[in-house]
Ligand binder design. Structure first.
Ligand SMILES: [Fe+2]
Length: 131
């Protein structure tokens, strides 16, 4: 668990808070899909990705102190659920298009964090010591 706030810059905690909120929301996206999806292939897809997102959430919760979790987690969970549930009402194509848009955003988000950490090695080292 990360505990050395004196060494880890505030912007890193902020980034990790968004990462945690994103993973919590991702879990709810697939719960939302599974609430309304009837297509068997889509349900298998959603169940597989729900398991993956639960794993991501467990990993980040294992080392991010709860004091750094977003106070808006209930809102992010609701937003995630609706992001999955609403397209599921329209069918697989709507769900897959939504997931593609979400994952494109997530890739860009994590890429920006990697670049930020790469440009500030002391911040990266402070994280690596805790992982
Ligand atoms: Fe994830």
């Amino acid at each position: 668990m990360l505990t050395d706030a004196a060494v880890t810059p505030a912007w890193v905690w902020a980034d990790l808070r968004t990462d945690h909120a994103g993973e919590a929301g991702a879990v709810c996206i697939y719960k939302g899909v599974l609430r309304f999806a009837r297509d068997p292939a889509l349900r298998v897809f959603a169940q597989h990705h729900l398991a993956t997102e639960k794993k991501h959430l467990r990993l980040i919760e294992a080392w991010l102190p709860s004091v750094h979790h977003s106070r808006l987690l209930p809102l992010w969970r609701l937003a995630g659920f609706l992001t999955g549930a609403l397209p599921a009402l329209f069918g697989p194509r709507a769900v897959y298009a939504t997931i593609e848009a979400v994952e494109t955003f997530v890739d860009h988000h994590y890429e920006q964090q990697v670049f930020a950490l790469a440009s500030q090695p002391r911040a990266a080292v402070s994280l690596i010591r805790h992982i």
